[in-house]
Design a protein around this ligand. Sequence first.
Ligand code: GLU
Ligand code: ZN
Length: 493
Amino acid sequence: MANATPVRVRFCPSPTGNPHVGLIRTALFNWAYARHHKGTLVFRIEDTDAARDSEESYNQLLDSFHWLGFDWDEGPEVGGPHAPYRQSQRMDLYKDIAEKLLAAGHAYPCYCTTEELDERREAARKAGRPSGYDGTCRELTAEQKSAYEAEGRSSIVRFRMPDEPITFTDLVRGELTFTPDNVPDYGIVRANGAPLYTLVNPVDDALMGITHVLRGEDLLSSTPRQIALYKALIELGVASSIPAFGHLPYVMGEGNKKLSKRDPQASLNLYRERGFLPEGLLNYLALLGWSFSADQDIFSVSELIEKFEIEDVNANPARFDLKKAEAINADHIRQLDVEDFIKRCEPWLKAPFANWEPADFDEAAWRAIAPHAQTRLTVLSDITANVDFLFRKEPVEDEASWTKAMKGDPVALLTTARAKLAAADWNAGPEPLKEAVLAAGEEHGLKLGKAQAPVRVAVTGRTVGLPLFESLEVLGKERTIARIDAALAKLAG
Ligand code: GLU
Ligand code: ZN
């Protein structure tokens, strides 16, 4: 399509609370769509709700997007032709447009009080009539308005919805029709003059030339309202055309309930703190409503960009599956180049995670064990417990592991294993160490798995960990033997 209009998409979060996975999935799809179509991604901050928005949350959004590797063509930090990109700095603009809508009759002042609205809604519900705004103030005369004002009533600005149905073709869901009963006139400016999301979001989409609005299904009900508002803006010369809309499916969490922003599972920070790689997390989030191919779940961000089409997004709710997210992340960890892996583990080898004396950290030992850790981690934070045996003077004391491993006659097994390990060749890789433990096991009628458990707990303190013989090799002969001796002393004690 050589002459197609250039794509302009946006992500426009409100800076409230911590970034959550739903928001990130929406940002990801917009980003992938923009990059796939060589379009423009506009990043806009919807901070018109002073009571809920915070600077801390704004900074967190930026920090999260940087961590994830998103970039944008217009918005905070980069500027652009439609600056400013924070709605809190665009208030005059909205005021001006609200006035134009009022003057043209597309909006009207509504003097109804909350109590009156509630009462009428209740009555309508009881009578089985539509319970949205009933149009009371639609056709007030100048006299009626002055009378209300003389009473001291304040007014909100309400948008006048057309009396015919609104039909549009959703890029994900196909053709949808909303009848007037379902979309009553709605407020666009509060009584105190503050413009609402219902106004500022489509106004900015219009002013910023957005061609495609890709957002969550929770916003589907605002789309017919926005289309009507767009038509009014076109008439006023503020907008030139109506964007296409695509609504991304809900994400379901535990118990098949909609994943809510407040679910701990939904918090982006949780995944970051656990040591998800941004590429692993993005890979997983892309699968919430989209798929790469029938037989491939693991892909890079550039592969995603190359293949992403909004038409391929599935309208059915997607299920958030933590186990799958972890498995995908583990795959991305394995794919890292080892130097990169070493670097990414760094934060977890320091305070507050490291449970050893910083001076006892041994760079050579870490580099030697790293490749063995890389193939086994699900999340990077697991690295600390997997390598602490190398850097602690003594292994961690984990009673549950000890009880589990020191069964049968651990003294006999450990005594034999100690002797055989002491006699083994420690300069020929892990194999001779394995032979030693295997032989010790045989003497006591134990298979390797059973023979290895007490040795592992004696040396690392834990029943699970990295491959044992590689671990022993890196720990070294002297420390291995000393730890077995310490375990024997404890067993004797
Ligand atoms: N600020 C809105 C939100 O956070 C944006 C919705 C939209 O994409 O239109 O939900
Ligand atoms: Zn009213």
